[in-house]
Structures are given as structure tokens and as C-alpha cells.
Write a protein that binds this ligand. Structure first.
Ligand code: PRX
Length: 637
């Protein structure tokens, strides 16, 4: 660990020890009343703990074996069991009173609203299932989804799951190239998109982005387009069909595929250190077990709440806590398509008040942005419905935590700072409402999870010392493999430190056993809580005619957490001008999409490299931030 970081860790340790104890009311109402006792009990036999959690779901056929590690690291859960993710999220509620409850509340930036009960959602999904089967979509196929946060993204995901086809949702802020790469890797047959959406008052033209992507792909046989805002779009008669025409006249009942517990349910791409994104695979059986248990316990669900997760369904947070988690639990999920500060900085608080939101689950970057506008904005709204707050995506600074606690939760709503990953599928290190909280710490591992902080050899490091965050056991909603690349799965997660799951994060534990997550160990950037690979951004720069080589680093940003600074070497004959900087920024935005926020570009003659030719990004970063350079013995220039 670099020295500077250790100094920082101690500072945090000394300054953040205040404990926020849960009120008697919170404990009395909590699903888990005795936090420490529950942790201890689950730790005695995690497999038993997860087996009990699995019994909350419906199974067509019970499992024969709870956990199978005979082919590790290709772990299996609930083998022999038959089930279906969509059946558990939707169909089973139709047999109970839940069918009358609101499943989805939707609002967008310009104020349009929609509402679906479980019954209505069920019918919508079934029509789509029938239509998809009609064009030959079957078990095992892949379907790409590139859509805004609208109810049809939920129906598309659920319909795929019901058929047993894998969905691959690609965040609609990604570019055509990023979309094409993901379609090609998964060899998706069908693509869902929309004619657009509204962002900050402007129409985002998703259809032309998908048209560009399709040119780079061969596998797509049909593009299903949701009419979301009547935008003028090009329509390819051979390939494109309107969503509403596609489902017209389809029966409202459809057969649900009986899947093996270990059958893949979806793939979701996430950035790694090399340019190729990793297709993280989750399954029908274990994934919902982890998601349902965590949503119920972490957010203390009683069964009738309005749950608002402000992420986008295109990220794992959206998969697990906008779509599947709330629906598995039979509660109401609020989907908001837009930014939180349009038309005014209190839009987010207005939405909380209007829909009487009980649980608000958001990200540090959003809290910091709202903090900048000031506490007078949440103060304008009655938010007495709020019970629990959540944070996810990156470490939450103690200052932001305290602001959130005071001005949003009014000192009465516990904050669940949940650490987890695309690969873990569910919250892994998080408090429960009955735990004592520390501002800036994700608390302890969820019951049934054994996490630790270790050195390179896997040895536990002392209290207060930084090290690698690892998980010592297995859990049902864990990644099963990387799509088409099992070797990379083994190497990335199980080949770093013997016998444990390597998360790729740096952390330390304090004397109470609380975890403090410090960030990534690799070059992966975290921009507004989203994982962006350095290699992907660098390739985007190098695809410009003026650039011969590029190195990107993340530099701290007050609101976004990190933004990108790029060091560029120009080709002969190109001049390092401000105009070129603007052009490069535009080029990268076009190549990667608006997710990649380029703050600054510097032109250099040489990049620091190792003897084997690897760019030493950490040297660039240390120089940029005025830190010590550390070990530079491997550097040649
Ligand atoms: O570095 C950690 C950070 O986000 C990474 C996972 O990113 P992704 O797969 O995109 O999933 C984000 C949402 C689950 C982790 O390796 N991270 C996530 N949550 C936290 C966090 N870092 C600190 N505290 C958190 N609560």
C-alpha cells in the first residue's frame, strides 16, 4: 500500500468513530432485530442460511443439493432445482392478493406518468413472451436491450427471463460502438430500443445510435422499437418493428419456461482493465435468492412499500434493485426517467413527496450534487414517508453521509451504505437498519457472507491497515462465469489470491470490524459510480486520426467522484492546440457515449513505461496529484 494512503486511513479512523445508534422504533420494526446475533448465527453455517433464504421463493421442483463446489471455481447452487426468475418476480404474485398492488410507478422528466399493477404487468409481459416466441426467440438465445428507464425495459427483461432467453441490457448512455461490441460478444438475436427519451429537456436519439450499431453487427434479426416520444426516426422495414405493433393481438397468458437453477438468466457487461468488457453471467436460481433476502433485510421491507432506486436498469443496481428485487418482494418500484434537478434542484425531493417513497436508494455522486444546491431544497418537501436511505456505487464521503442523514432522513432514517459489484449480484457489505452506523463505512458483511482484508498472499492484515478486499465463502447470487470466456473468469476472480474471491478493491477494517472501502486496485475508473475501463477510453482516443498513443487516469472530482484526464501523444504533423482538445473530447464522447466524462487533455512527447512497454498510469497519476512517485525502478523513460 502506498504510504499516503495509510496516512489517510488513520485520519479516517480517528475522525469517523462516532456511532449512530438505531432508535428503539427502528429496532422494534426491523426484520432483523438482533443484528450481531444474526451475523453470528449465519456465520456458523452460511450454506444453511442461504438454503433457508431460498425457501422464500417458489420452485417448480425442489433442489437436490444446496451447494456444489466439486468443479470450483464454477460453483453451483440449488442443483437439481427447477425455477424461473420471472416466475418468482411476477407470475407467483398473480396467485395472491399482490396481483392488485402497483408493481411499477413511472414518471419521466417532462412529467408523464404511468402505472402498472402486478396483474397488468403480467399481461404485458405475457403478450411480449408470445410475440418473441413468434419470431423464434427461445431458451438460451440472447436478447440485447438498449432502452431508457421506461416500463418496457422491465417487460423486455421479464419476458426474456420467462422464455429462458438471456437478456443483455446495455446502458443507454453508451455509444453505438460500445453497444455493437456487446451485441457481438453475446451474439444477440434481437434488440430492444426506443425512439428516444428526454434528458435535460433534449431528445436523446437512441434509434440512430442503434442503427449505427447494427451496421457493425451480423446477429440481430429484429429490432423492437418502443414509441416513447414520437421522435422522427428512420425505420428499416425489414428489421424494425414498433413494440406496440409487435405485441398487438397476442394472448395475455403464456407458458413459463422451467429452468434449471444453474441456467443463465442474463449477462451484464462491466468494464475490466483490458479493452474488452466482461459479460458477467447470473442464473435463474441463486440470483433471486440473494437479491430477495438482501432487499428485504437491508431495506427492512414490510411488503407494501414504494421503493425508489435512482440508478438505471442498465447497471447491476438497476437489475437487482429497480427491477428484480422489488418485484421478487412484491412491492412497488418507482422508475424515474430523467435527471434529478430538472426543472429545479428539488425535482428528486418532489418525486419522493409525490409518491410517498419509503426507501430511497441512491449514489454518493447524486448526494454530492444535491449538497451543492443546498439544504433548502429538500426542506421544501414533506418527506415523512421515508424510512430507510441507501447509498451505492462508490465510497460515500463522511460529509455527504452526514448531509444525507440530516437533511434528507431528518436524523431518523438509517443509511445503508451497500458495497457490492456487478459480479456479486447483491449487497455484500452493508449495515442492516438495526446496526450502529459510522458515517463513511459500509459496516459489516451481510449475514451469510464472510469478507476479509488481506495482503497479496491472502494473509489477514492488522486492524487499520489497508489491503485487498476478498470474500472467503460463496453465495447464491455470485457471478457464474464470464460469457464465452471461462478462463478470464478464473483468472480475474480466483487467480489473484489463492482460495478467495478477489473483488479488486482496497479496504481496511477498524477495531469494531467495520469495513472502510477505499477504491479500486486496478485501473478501472469510477465516474459517477459507473465502472469505465481505462483501456476502452484510451482506444477511443487512439481511434482519432491525430492520436498515436493515449493514457488515461481518474482524477478526483467533487461531484462525480472521478473524472478522466488523458495524456496524449500526437502523430507527426498534428499541432497540440485547444481546438484539437475540443475535437478529441467530442470524438471520444461520440465513440464511448456520455458516460465517459473527459475533464482535461494534456499533450506529451512520451509516456512513462515499464521495460515491457506497459504504460505506468500510477506514475502519471501521482505526478498529477502531487504525490510521491513510489517505486519507479521498472520505468524506462
Ligand atoms: O469499487 C467498488 C465500488 O463499485 C465497484 C463495483 O462497481 P459495479 O460493478 O459497477 O457495481 C456498482 C454498484 C453495485 C466496487 O468494486 N462500490 C460499489 N459500492 C460501493 C463501492 N465502493 C465503496 N462503497 C460502496 N458502497
Amino acid at each position: 500500500m502506498p504510504k499516503k494512503q495509510e496516512r489517510d486511513l488513520t485520519d479516517v479512523l480517528l475522525s469517523s468513530q462516532k456511532k449512530y445508534k438505531p432508535s428503539k422504533k427502528i429496532i422494534k420494526e426491523a426484520n432483523v432485530k438482533d443484528y450481531e446475533k444474526t451475523l453470528k448465527q449465519a456465520a456458523k453455517d452460511p450454506v444453511k442460511f442461504w438454503e433457508e433464504a431460498a425457501s422464500e421463493l417458489s420452485w417448480f421442483k425442489p433442489w437436490e443439493k444446496v451447494f456444489d463446489d466439486s468443479k470450483k471455481p464454477f460453483f453451483k447452487w440449488f442443483t437439481g432445482g427447477k425455477c424461473n426468475l420471472a416466475y418468482n418476480a411476477l407470475d407467483r404474485h398473480i396467485e395472491t392478493k399482490t396481483k392488485k398492488r402497483t408493481a411499477i410507478l413511472w414518471e419521466d422528466e417532462i412529467g408523464r406518468t404511468r402505472k402498472y399493477t402486478y396483474q397488468q404487468l403480467y399481461w404485458e409481459v405475457n403478450k411480449l413472451v408470445n410475440a418473441l416466441r413468434g419470431i423464434g426467440v427461445k431458451k438460451g438465445d440472447r436478447v440485447a436491450i438498449y432502452m431508457p428507464n421506461i416500463p418496457e425495459i422491465a417487460t423486455a427483461m421479464l419476458a426474456c427471463a420467462k422464455i429462458g432467453a438471456m437478456h443483455s441490457v446495455v446502458y443507454a448512455g453508451f455509444s453505438s460502438k460500445a453497444l455493437a461490441d456487446r451485441i457481438n460478444d453475446a451474439r444477440a438475436k434481437v434488440l430492444f430500443t426506443a425512439d428516444g427519451s428526454f434528458r435535460r429537456g433534449k431528445i436523446v436519439d437512441l434509434k440512430s445510435i442503434t442503427d449505427d450499431a447494427i451496421k457493425e453487427t451480423k446477429s440481430i434479426k429484429k429490432v423492437i422499437v418502443v414509441k416513447n416520444n414520437n421522435a422522427k426516426i428512420k425505420f428499416n422495414k425489414r428489421l424494425d418493428v414498433w413494440y406496440h405493433d409487435f405485441i398487438k393481438g397476442q394472448p395475455v397468458e403464456a407458458k413459463c419456461a422451467k429452468m434449471d437453477a444453474e441456467d443463465p438468466a442474463f449477462v451484464l457487461y462491466t468494464s475490466g482493465t483490458t479493452s474488452k468488457p466482461k459479460g458477467v453471467v447470473h442464473v435463474h436460481g441463486g440470483y433471486p435468492v440473494g437479491v430477495l433476502r438482501t432487499i428485504k433485510w437491508v431495506f427492512d421491507l414490510r411488503g407494501d412499500e414504494v421503493f425508489w432506486c435512482t440508478a438505471d436498469p442498465g447497471w447491476i443496481t438497476g437489475h437487482s434493485y429497480i427491477i428484480y428485487g422489488p418485484l421478487l418482494a412484491g412491492i412497488t418500484t418507482l422508475m424515474y426517467e430523467g435527471v434529478p434537478d430538472i426543472p429545479k434542484p428539488d425535482r428528486i425531493w418532489k418525486v419522493v413527496e409525490k409518491y410517498k417513497v419509503n426507501v430511497l436508494y441512491t449514489a454518493p455522486t447524486l448526494i454530492r450534487a444535491m449538497m451543492r444546491y443546498g439544504a433548502e431544497w429538500p426542506a421544501k418537501h414533506k418527506m415523512a414517508s421515508l424510512r430507510i436511505l441507501g447509498s451505492v456505487g462508490e465510497p460515500i464521503n463522511p460529509e455527504a453521509w452526514k448531509w444525507y442523514y440530516r437533511y434528507v432522513g431528518k436524523n431518523r432514517c438509517p443509511i445503508m451504505d451497500t458495497w457490492w459489484q456487478t459480479e456479486t449480484g447483491m449487497n455484500m457489505i452493508t449495515p442492516l437498519p438495526a446496526a450502529s452506523l459510522k458515517a463513511g463505512s459500509a459496516c459489516k458483511p451481510f449475514p451469510g457472507i464472510i469478507a476479509d482484508v488481506v495482503d497479496k498472499k491472502g494473509k489477514q492484515v492488522p486492524v487499520g491497515k489497508g489491503g485487498y478486499l476478498v470474500i472467503r465463502n460463496q453465495w447464491p447470487s455470485m457471478i457464474r462465469t464470464i460469457f464465452n470466456n471461462p478462463k478470464r473468469y478464473i483468472k480475474t476472480y480466483w487467480g489473484q489470491i489463492k482460495g478467495v474471491y478477489f473483488a479488486g478493491d482496497v479496504a481496511f477494517k477498524d477495531k469494531d470490524g467495520y469495513f472502510w472501502i477505499q477504491g479500486r486496485t486496478d485501473d478501472v475508473l469510477k465516474i459517477a459510480g459507473h465502472r469505465i475501463g481505462t483501456a476502452e477510453v484510451e482506444s477511443a482516443f487512439v481511434s482519432h486520426k491525430a492520436v498515436v498513443e493515449a493514457a488515461v487516469i481518474g482524477v478526483p472530482d467533487e461531484v462525480k467522484g472521478e473524472v478522466i484526464k488523458t495524456f496524449v501523444i500526437l502523430k507527426e504533423g498534428f499541432k497540440p492546440t485547444d481546438d484539437l482538445k475540443i475535437e478529441l473530447k467530442k470524438h471520444v464522447r461520440k465513440t464511448l457515449g456520455p458516460v465517459a466524462v473527459i475533464k482535461d487533455i494534456a499533450f506529451l512527447d512520451k509516456l512513462p513505461k515499464t521495460r515491457s512497454g506497459k504504460i505506468m498510469r500510477r506514475v502519471l497519476k501521482a505526478k498529477e496529484l502531487g504525490q510521491e512517485l513510489g517505486d519507479t525502478s521498472a520505468m524506462v523513460n
